[in-house]
Design a protein around this ligand. Structure first.
Ligand code: CP
Length: 315
């Protein structure tokens, strides 16, 4: 594949290939010298039209550890602010011959559209409510390391499912890997028709967490809610926030995940988030660098092979 646009385009085998290579990068990243030359001579441009801490930092670090020249476009000070469109911006950057373009955008489908206009590999770093593929892959790696497998598990994905690209990518990945997926949250934050996708839907946390192996909490995405949402954060936490009492319904060895950024006291109690016996939130961040290294390494191999073929065919 040329691009990484969504989990929906990946097979079970593709997913396992990424996870297996990422394992090698986890080991390497824990050493004193972390650098390889997998992307030597390649240029990576990061374009984040929406705010990010984890994804942007880890893509930058991943590219640098793989030996790429990495440029972070500051979209706040770019000509987008003067009215330049996403496509014109992409075509301008494409003319500078990057090899990898990492893009986050507030509109669902924007990254797919951009990928059709450029000659390099495009990685989706989150597009609107659509997909966040590297987040689902890093979550899968974290789960596999903690549980010893990434299939036949019961995973409860809890909170604001409607507005969450993390939930969507995870739902697709966990389904492909033959897990039991339970979506838990208020009906107002559950997408219509989602039960038809082979997942269980539940509006009660205690029922939804029953015997879960993995409890994945989601942030309330207020920026996508147009003002209308919930009674109050206090009421939301009471009904849907993860605390010790609600977590006691999951399996005793259930792990707690959150993609970040977290709103403590809204969707998760701070003591649960910090409990090193249950929470794997920091491990998720660590896996993020390794997974992004694996994804860019694999795409760079494909790109080199594609260019090699074009050269030998004289095209
Ligand atoms: N999980 C995630 O996408 O975090 P950031 O928004 O900080 O990148």
């Amino acid at each position: 594949q040329r691009h990484l646009l969504g989990i929906e385009h990946l097979s079970q085998e593709d997913i396992l290939t990424v996870l297996d290579l990422a394992e090698k990068y986890v080991d390497l990243n824990r050493r004193t010298v972390k650098k390889t030359d997998a992307l030597a001579g390649m240029t990576q441009i990061n374009m984040f039209f929406e705010n990010s801490t984890r994804t942007q930092a880890s893509f930058e670090l991943a590219g640098k550890r793989l030996g790429a020249d990495v440029m972070n476009m500051s979209m706040q000070t770019s000509s987008v602010k003067k009215g330049e469109t996403l496509i014109d911006t992409a075509l301008t950057l494409n003319a500078m011959h990057p090899d990898l373009l990492v893009v986050r955008h507030q509109n669902s489908g924007a990254v797919d559209l951009l990928a059709q206009k450029v000659e390099c590999a495009v990685l989706n770093a989150g597009d609107g409510k659509h997909e966040h593929p590297t987040q689902a892959l890093l979550d899968a790696l974290t789960i596999r390391r903690e549980k010893g497998r990434i299939s036949r598990l019961t995973v409860a994905i809890c909170g604001d499912v409607t507005h969450s690209r993390v939930a969507r990518s995870n739902m697709i990945l966990l389904g492909k890997m033959e897990n039991r997926v339970r979506l838990v949250g208020p009906p107002t934050l559950m997408p219509a028709g989602v039960a038809d996708l082979g997942v269980e839907v539940c509006d009660d946390m205690r029922q939804g967490l029953q015997d879960a192996d993995v409890v994945m909490m989601l942030r309330l995405q207020k920026e996508r809610m147009d003002g209308g949402f919930i009674p109050s954060e206090r009421e939301y936490f009471h009904r849907y926030g993860l605390d010790a009492e609600k977590l006691s319904y999951a399996k005793p060895d259930a792990i707690v995940m959150h993609p970040g950024p977290m709103n403590r006291g809204v969707e998760i109690d701070g003591t649960i988030a910090d409990d090193i016996n249950r929470s794997v939130i920091q491990e998720q961040v660590e896996m993020g660098v390794a997974v992004r290294q694996a994804c860019m390494d694999l795409l760079a191999r494909n790109l080199r092979a594609e260019r090699g073929r074009a050269l030998s065919e004289g095209t």
